[in-house]
Design a protein around this ligand. Structure first.
Ligand code: SF4
Length: 698
């Protein structure tokens, strides 16, 4: 049982990443004062540890940039002016109704976020499909882990980032991190790697950069950006050639192996070295580690996933884990390290273009009937599959695309690929409505800005990277003039003539969400706020049980007996190799890759406003050899160019990066003007992680 917080404390979770560290908040927050953050030592995920972002999160309350009144763009001056809530919501409803009558419901788009609580994500899907009637809804999680979600669903029949608690990795013999910089993105998680190594286990990091995570590793493999697919094919080739495939496991628990075995026959080490940049000896050393290990965990993150072939890259690494016989074994298997705070829950409750709550597919008639029953509407009234996130943005303002967009929990103009084009599409809209805490770069372009509550001012649940549903309790009242997103949605639904009511109480919404998810893949129906608080979170699936039956305990570990596919087996998928959509050439001879820094989060809309967090602005990391060739010194201003745009920023000359690659962090407006919008065919994930670039002294 969780111990009670003292009366002046509120137990909650961090506003940022998918670890959802437990913390306690103290202070009234009155007069815009900061809240004080203390770790919550008993919460098992972080055991009292917090990163710098978490320690300083109380500063969000005191931000001077906080919006406290709706803003409308004045047609005469073109400036934003203060307005009342009724004026703002009436105007939005009137404009949306007019567009819907003239151009149909799909003329309205809805764009959500992976940081929204489960309740908001659920309600946003319902708002789009019931109150507006549009199929055009998707969210920024499409740009986060959708490739891993696609691959895991195809292989295991279910997508839960980690199918086991994160602490399980401590008991593994080898952990392979592919494209994850967890020591910088979620530092408390690195202690699991350290404990594993104290036990004698080994950690392998696969990353084009020697990030701070490499300090927690025994082996660093630095492929060229986008080279990790070829590396995985080569690893499987060597495992097979060396007789290290667990044939009994493959026979009993999988299907499709023969085709996969044939498909890697041509991936001999010299070819892999040529394509991936990983030397033959390094490949052999990696395979030697894997072959001798009884328990192997393979974890992917954005470095492997944010590619135009990201789903195939993940499939290739899952094939490695399956060939070794790991998924479903204790302290072994495959998992994806989700990034955004509710990256897991945000994709389960209906804000994806192709899904209904419970992780049900929107074109499944049974799923439509079930969800429509919970919503109290006719299943035939529900729209079908819409466009994916980038495809919807690309179509904005066109003759067939949305003419209005409602954005909740996302700062698109900073975080979208080919961001200049996206800003142009936003400018082509008849109406842009943004709900946010502050005037983010996207909100600054809006016709209507609606000021909403932030994490400490509202109650709601999040689902962390382990599939653990946690509860954030409201700690302080919202500032006057600010409303919750649930209130905004209810107010809009009513004005749009919704056939059903929209609840505003988070617990009521959560109970409805549970009913909508019942029987689905991500079943929350047996989870209650009281259980979450008493049990330090509850893992889905957790179905409700009948009267007199014991409550379902939740499911921390999946796949022990069977996989979630119809035949209970994991399905191998053969993968054809494709390189990145853009290869370096004479004009753009380098690879550009992007990522995070410790003190900033996502588009930086929140963390850049925390005075205690360093805000260095974008910089261009490059190897001393490259710097010497270009005549660039450390801190000198350089210009990075790609086929989509340019960015000027100071150089950081470091020997932790490949000489053929430059790195720019993405927390500021700029680098995503350069990134490529080539999409993965299965997940529709843009290729954020690599494109061809050139660099010169500015
Ligand atoms: Fe924990 Fe992530 Fe918050 Fe840091 S940002 S305190 S790692 S939840």
């Amino acid at each position: 049982m969780a111990g009670a917080a003292t009366p002046q404390e509120t137990r909650t979770h961090c506003p940022y990443c998918s670890l959802q560290c437990g913390m306690t908040l103290t202070g009234s927050g009155r007069g815009g004062r900061d809240l004080e953050v203390q770790p919550w030592a008993e919460f098992p995920v972080n055991e009292g540890a917090l990163c710098r972002k978490g320690w300083t999160a109380g500063g969000l309350r005191g931000s001077r940039d906080r919006l406290t009144t709706p803003l409308l763009r004045d047609r005469g001056t073109g400036e934003l002016r203060a307005a009342s809530w009724d004026e703002a919501l009436d105007l939005v409803a009137e404009r949306l109704t007019g567009l819907r009558e003239q151009h149909g419901p799909d003329s309205i788009g809805v764009f959500g976020g992976g940081g929204l609580t489960n309740e908001k994500a659920y309600q946003l899907g319902k708002l789009a499909r019931v109150a507006i009637g549009t199929s055009q809804i998707d969210y920024n999680g499409r740009w986060c882990m959708s490739s891993a979600a696609s691959a895991a669903t195809r292989t295991f029949g279910i997508d839960r980032g980690l199918p086991f608690p994160l602490a399980d990795v401590e008991e593994a013999d080898v952990v392979v991190l592919v494209g994850s910089n967890l020591a910088e993105t979620m530092p408390p998680a690195a202690r699991h790697l350290d404990r594993l190594r104290e036990r004698g286990g080994r950690v392998v990091v696969v990353d084009p950069r020697r990030t701070p995570t490499a300090a927690h590793a025994d082996v660093l493999v630095q492929p060229v950006p986008g080279g990790d697919l070829a590396l995985a094919l080569g690893v499987l080739h060597l495992l097979l050639a060396g007789g290290h495939v667990d044939t009994a496991y493959v026979e009993e628990r999988t299907r499709g192996w023969d085709v996969v075995a044939d498909s890697v026959a041509g991936w001999w080490p010299e070819r892999v070295e040529r394509v991936s940049g990983v030397a033959v000896a390094e490949q052999q050393a990696l395979v030697g580690l894997l072959a001798g290990a009884g328990r192997v965990v393979v974890l992917t993150a954005r470095g492997a996933e944010q590619h135009a072939q990201g789903s195939d890259t993940v499939l290739a690494w899952i094939n490695v884990a399956l060939a070794l016989g790991m998924p479903g074994r204790p302290h072994a298997g495959y998992g994806c390290l989700t990034g955004q705070g509710n990256g897991q829950g945000g994709r389960e409750h209906g804000q994806k273009a192709d899904q209904l709550p419970g992780y049900r597919m929107i074109d499944d008639p049974g799923a439509r009937a079930h969800v429509a029953r919970v919503w109290g509407v006719d299943p035939d009234s529900l729209p079908g599959r819409g466009r994916s996130a980038y495809e919807m943005l690309d179509a904005l303002g066109s003759t067939t695309g949305p003419r209005a967009l409602l954005v909740m929990g996302s700062n698109i103009v900073v975080s979208a690929p080919r961001a200049t084009h996206v800003a142009e599409r936003l400018a082509a809209l008849d109406l842009l409505v943004v709900c946010d805490l502050v005037l983010s770069e996207t909100a600054a372009l809006a016709d209507v800005v609606l000021p909403v509550t932030q994490w400490a001012e509202e109650t709601g649940t999040m689902t962390n990277l382990e599939g653990r549903v946690v509860l954030r309790r409201q700690a302080v009242p919202a500032p006057e003039g600010v409303r919750s997103d649930l209130d905004v949605m209810a107010g809009l639904a009513r004005r749009l003539g919704s056939p059903v009511d929209f609840a505003t109480d988070p617990e009521e919404v959560f109970d409805e969400l549970g009913r909508a998810s019942a029987g689905g893949v991500a079943d929350y129906s047996g989870i209650t706020y009281a259980r979450i608080e008493a049990e330090h979170g509850v893992f889905w699936p957790c179905p409700v049980t009948g009267d007199g039956q014991p409550v379902h305990p939740g499911t921390p570990r999946l796949f022990a007996e069977r996989f979630a596919t119809p035949d209970g087996r994991a399905h191998f998928h053969a993968v054809d190799h494709r390189g990145p959509a853009e290869a370096p050439d004479a004009d753009y001879p380098l690879h550009l890759t992007t990522g995070r820094v410790l003190a900033q989060y996502q588009s930086g809309a929140q963390t850049r406003r925390i005075a205690a967090l360093p805000d260095p602005g974008p910089f261009v990391e490059m190897h001393p050899q490259l710097a010497a060739r270009l005549g660039v010194a450390d801190r000198m201003l350089v210009e990075v160019g790609t086929r989509r745009g340019t960015l000027r920023a100071p150089a950081r000359v470091v020997d932790t990066i490949r000489p053929d690659t430059v790195f720019v962090p993405f927390h500021w407006l700029g680098v995503n003007r350069l990134t490529n919008d080539a999409l993965d065919p299965a997940s529709r994930m843009p290729e954020f992680k690599v494109c061809a670039a050139r660099v010169a002294a500015a």
